[in-house]
Design a protein around this ligand. Structure first.
Ligand code: ADP
Ligand code: MG
Length: 251
């Protein structure tokens, strides 16, 4: 049982305050969706938690399994069990998916530890079976000439192999066609049953028709202003974000 606790977090970019006191706990096996209009700080939140150097955490704390991660470098945070899915994954011609993921898994091991090839491939293939992926897929070069759906499949496979405790997905659905959306949703749903905790950031309700969240939070001006279950996402879709804004009591 793992948990990511974000406690009264304040994040600035330069002098500009973006996240203004956000508190949220994500536990293993749970899917939380954060929704909100553009510019409210959703991406800033995810990047700050992942350790992006452009963002300054001015107060508050982020704990993974009770331990603050704020002093850790991004790679240490990843080793501790955090995963941030990219919105626009890079292409790496000449490097096969199998070798790329192998390097990533190797990097996770302690110094001097050598990844055993046969057990690596055994695990890779079992994850591919779980995600219903064709084995030929991993001999292709990373994202080179991939369709949108194939890029997402590759991301999901990396996530399955790295076995993060908590995955943050920032607008993974934007620009995806229905097939790609299903790949992401089926992958997340398969991994969810293995106890992965997910923080899913999305502007639209569409993805949430495929990945049914346990909790939905509305972010507005750097804070969570409303939380509910999956029905809140439907309500937002029907009424728009102005409905939440109008409900807010003026400070
Ligand atoms: P969201 O993901 O909710 O659309 P963002 O976190 O991307 O919101 O942005 C929140 C605010 O921070 C916006 O006003 C945006 O212009 C500003 N911002 C984001 N990234 C940077 C940056 N690198 N430099 C300056 N301002 C930024
Ligand atoms: Mg964003």
């Amino acid at each position: 049982m793992s948990q990511l606790e974000i406690k009264d977090l304040h994040v600035s970019i330069g002098e500009k305050k973006i996240v203004k006191g956000l508190t949220l706990t994500v536990r293993s096996g749970e899917v939380h969706a954060i929704m909100g209009p553009n510019g409210t700080g959703k991406s800033t939140l995810a990047k700050a938690v992942a350790g992006h150097p452009s963002f300054t955490i001015t107060s508050g704390d982020v704990l993974l399994d009770g331990k603050s991660i704020l002093a850790m470098q991004p790679d240490e945070r990843a080793r501790a069990g955090l995963f941030l899915a990219f919105q626009y994954p890079s292409e790496i011609p000449g490097v096969s998916i199998a070798n790329f993921i192998r390097a990533a898994v190797q990097a996770r091991l302690g110094e001097g530890a050598e990844l055993d090839a046969s057990s690596y491939y055994k695990r890779l293939y079992s994850k591919m079976d779980l995600l219903k992926m064709d084995r030929k897929f991993t001999s292709r070069a990373i994202n080179d000439g991939f369709s949108g759906g194939e890029k997402k499949r590759c991301e999901i496979l990396q996530m399955a192999m790295l076995e993060p405790k908590i995955a943050m997905m920032d607008e993974t659905d934007s620009g995806l066609d229905i097939d790609a959306l299903r790949i992401v949703a089926d992958g997340v749903n398969a991994l969810r049953s293995t106890n992965l905790g997910v923080l899913m950031i999305t502007h639209y309700q569409r993805l949430l028709g495929y990945i049914v969240p346990d909790h939905v939070h509305v972010m507005w001006d750097g804070r969570i202003v409303k939380s509910g279950d999956k029905d809140l996402a439907l309500e937002l879709e029907a009424k728009g974000y102005d409905w939440v804004k109008n409900e807010l009591v003026p400070a």
